[in-house]
Design a protein around this ligand. Structure first.
Ligand SMILES: *Cc1c(COP(=O)(O)O)cnc(C)c1O
Length: 344
């Protein structure tokens, strides 16, 4: 079934802008040292402060409504952008929202995404973080989800479970359609960037970008930057999601692990723990372009791109494309780390 016949509930303001970062290029040495840097503004998808999950949720909510769901259920870290956007999407579709979030010890009043989850009236359940601070989710998560699903059914609700990050074949339709949008924008601008830099998290975006690039003959090499460890299992997951999405859409294209580039060099101590390069990238994009990156995903991706440019790994005659996947609401939960490392 082609993408236009998948159930889809409109949530995002599309197409998002795609433009050049001229001042950042100047700050990185100008045309003699730095390629042209293009940015795809999926931080501006518009769903409750935006981000990449809006594209996935259009198809996930479409599927949920088709099945007669009454509540969306999903999981994530305490500062999950996906959870915040799922709660907002549920409200726009007239549904309830239940979130199972992993909470780190010693936290004060709700901030950032969690504050917005409460404002959206989501039913929030917590599981404690495990001993490893670099892991996104706690050990008791699956059991808690089962408990929440059972309680909702008991109350006569019809819950629709969305996997972490919205990373499923249905959710992946979002960035297959998103790839077509990017390819068409590049074509109309006469641009053919050599690389597309993006964050590899729960890997649904990655799976869809890789499949979409094959389907629509994208000009760029996809350059994923991991925001947490877990290879080779996570690439295995991405391959599986991509090929199941291809089946769902009835397209012949198939992908294998050889189609994936995922740089493991920039996540530092682990998920949600900012690196020095990440904090520098946050500051540079704010001060040279007036754009907010986030401390968990896009800051680390931009740190990788900046590092590659400084090391002379990208020919200055080329153009590269950076996918801004959103996440700025989490900045407010990182006030202490930002205060210590950014010269206010
Ligand atoms: C979820 C998220 C990503 C990663 O997308 P996945 O599909 O989970 O890999 C990147 N950036 C931001 C801001 C996100 O919220």
């Amino acid at each position: 079934m082609p993408i236009s016949s998948q159930p889809r509930f409109p949530l995002a303001t599309l197409p998002t802008p795609l433009h050049e970062l001229k001042r950042l290029r100047e700050a990185l040495g100008g045309p003699r040292k730095c390629p042209r840097i293009l940015i795809k503004r999926d931080d501006l998808t518009g769903l409750a402060l935006g981000g990449n999950k809006a594209r996935k949720l259009e198809f996930l909510v479409g599927d949920a409504l088709r099945g007669g769901a009454t509540v969306l259920v999903t999981t994530g870290a305490e500062q999950s952008n996906h959870a915040r956007m799922t709660a907002a999407a549920a409200r726009m579709a007239g549904l309830g929202a239940a979130l199972v979030l992993t909470r780190k010890p010693a936290c004060g009043p709700p901030q950032g995404n969690l504050l917005l989850d409460y404002l959206l009236g989501a039913e929030v359940h917590f599981v404690p973080a495990g001993p490893d601070p670099a892991k996104a989710t706690g050990d008791g998560e699956a059991a808690k989800v089962a408990e929440v699903m059972a309680a909702l059914k008991e109350r006569g609700e019809r819950p629709y479970l969305i996997p972490i990050g919205g990373s499923s074949p249905v959710g992946a339709c979002g960035y297959v359609a998103g790839t077509l949008e990017i390819v068409q924008q590049l074509l109309s601008m006469g641009e053919a960037p050599s690389r597309l830099y993006y964050a590899a998290g729960s890997r649904g975006t990655q799976a869809a970008l890789v499949l979409g690039a094959k389907m629509y003959s994208a000009p760029y090499l996809l350059y994923g930057v991991a925001v947490s460890g877990g290879e080779p299992e996570k690439t295995g997951r991405a391959v599986r999601i991509a090929n199941e999405t291809a089946s769902l859409l009835g397209v012949g294209a198939r992908v294998g692990p050889e189609d994936f580039v995922t740089d493991q060099g920039y996540f530092g101590a682990g998920y949600g723990i900012p690196t020095a390069g990440c904090l520098e990238a946050l500051r540079m994009l704010a001060r040279h372009e007036g754009i907010f990156l986030d401390p968990i995903y896009t800051g680390k991706v931009m740190a990788a791109l900046i590092d590659h440019i400084r090391r002379g790994q990208i020919d200055p005659s080329e153009a590269v494309l950076f996918l801004h996947t959103g996440g700025a609401p989490a900045l407010f939960a990182y006030a202490e780390q930002l205060e210590l490392s950014v010269d206010f």
